[in-house]
Write a protein that binds this ligand. Structure first.
Ligand code: NAI
Length: 336
């Protein structure tokens, strides 16, 4: 019997073990820890189904090598790492994982918020040095504070629900308001300017695109009151880097919790920098991140808001469903 060959890229040993259990003997499975790109595209010459994560680059040259490919089942919501036009022209379907971690990203948002509001990161460093002094560690209550949520979609709504549990007031900016939600969850939709002016904490949950590029910028940063906390678990390009540094330097942001930061994708292979010819943009990104890291009131996490045991299992389960439904002609989360 001819087996269906499936190649998974960017998989850990744990994911490999989990995924192996989900397929029977009619599948031939290949697992690669590395990303798929032009340098290793020979690996997919005979593959029928391909499952990458977001750091693989499925451009036209890579797809050209995959002569037997029928489906790309990306293990992510976004698919901007796949040349959709090229896939379409080659009659290759693309499937995604639309929902997997609304609560997961929302919980990480609060992890960053609480770390900053209660100075957990500073206390941790001190106590590891056997220093138990309280000076400089006084925090503030979330209860009664105004949270400004930019983008009230799947993740933003979870953030609003959690905020209500803390007794916070919530204002939201979203071009597509859902008025049933405002009644259910007790929050208000406002213009971006009003949100920036009146929030004690601002958190970003809109997508990054041409409309949201530098949504917060040097022109509107002055609207934000001094001492506001800023949390970004969406994408770095939504705030103009210059505005971020200006706000931190001038105490407009009393603290920033960033799961995403400018140039993060360039810095992933930082350990290879010494052996490679390094582009100026890599060095600039490294320098800017170091400037942020030196600040006591900035917490950076390495784009990990999605990464909980449960969310990663949900991603894998949906991917397996996508693959099996594609093969049996059932509905799946299809992009093209
Ligand atoms: P979603 O599509 O459910 O919600 C996005 C919301 O943003 C929608 O309600 C939309 O109307 C709104 N929006 C669009 N343009 C806007 C604008 N100009 N101003 C304000 N709101 C606007 O998306 P979801 O699932 O809530 O994800 C949000 C973002 O979170 C994703 O686009 C992604 O960049 C990021 N993300 C980050 C992860 C991480 O690990 N750090 C993991 C998953 C998502």
């Amino acid at each position: 019997m001819l087996k269906t060959s499936v190649a998974f890229f960017e998989t850990t040993e744990k994911e490999k073990k989990y995924l192996k259990k989900k397929f029977d003997k009619s599948f031939e499975l290949f697992f690669y820890p590395e990303e798929l790109n032009e340098t290793n595209s020979n690996l997919i010459a005979k593959v029928n189904i391909l499952s990458p994560f977001i750091y693989s680059n499925l451009n036209s040259k890579v797809l050209e090598k995959a002569k037997k490919l029928k489906l790309i089942a990306t293990r992510s919501t976004g698919y901007n790492h796949i040349d959709i036009k090229k896939a379409q022209s080659r009659n290759i379907s693309v499937a995604t994982v639309p929902y997997y971690g609304e609560n997961t990203v929302a919980e990480h948002t609060f992890a960053l918020m609480l770390a900053l509001s209660r100075n957990i990161h500073k206390a941790y460093v001190r106590t590891t040095r056997n220093d138990f002094a309280l000076a400089g560690l006084q925090g503030f209550d979330l209860k009664g504070k105004t949270l400004g949520v930019i983008g009230a979609g799947s993740i933003g709504v979870h953030v609003i629900k959690i905020a209500k549990g803390f007794g916070m007031k919530v204002i939201t900016h979203d071009p597509k308001p859902n008025h049933i939600l405002t009644e259910l969850l007790d929050f208000r939709y406002v213009a971006l300017e009003e949100l920036l002016t009146n929030s004690d904490i601002i958190t970003i949950h809109c997508p990054y695109n041409q409309h949201t590029h530098h949504l917060i910028n040097m022109n509107n940063i002055q609207l934000i009151k001094k001492g506001t906390l800023f949390i970004n678990t969406a994408r770095s390009g939504i705030i103009e880097p210059q505005a971020l540094y200006y706000a931190i330097d001038n105490n407009i942001f009393a603290g920033a919790g960033l799961d995403v930061f400018e140039g993060e994708e360039l810095l992933k292979e930082e350990n290879q920098m010494l052996t490679k010819n390094v582009a100026v943009e890599h060095l600039e990104a490294l320098l800017r991140r170091n400037i942020l890291l030196r600040r006591e009131n900035v917490i950076i996490t390495p784009h990990m808001a999605f990464d909980s045991v449960e969310a990663v299992e949900r991603i894998m389960d949906t991917t397996v469903e996508n693959i099996k439904s594609f093969l049996t002609g059932k509905n799946y989360h299809k992009v093209i």
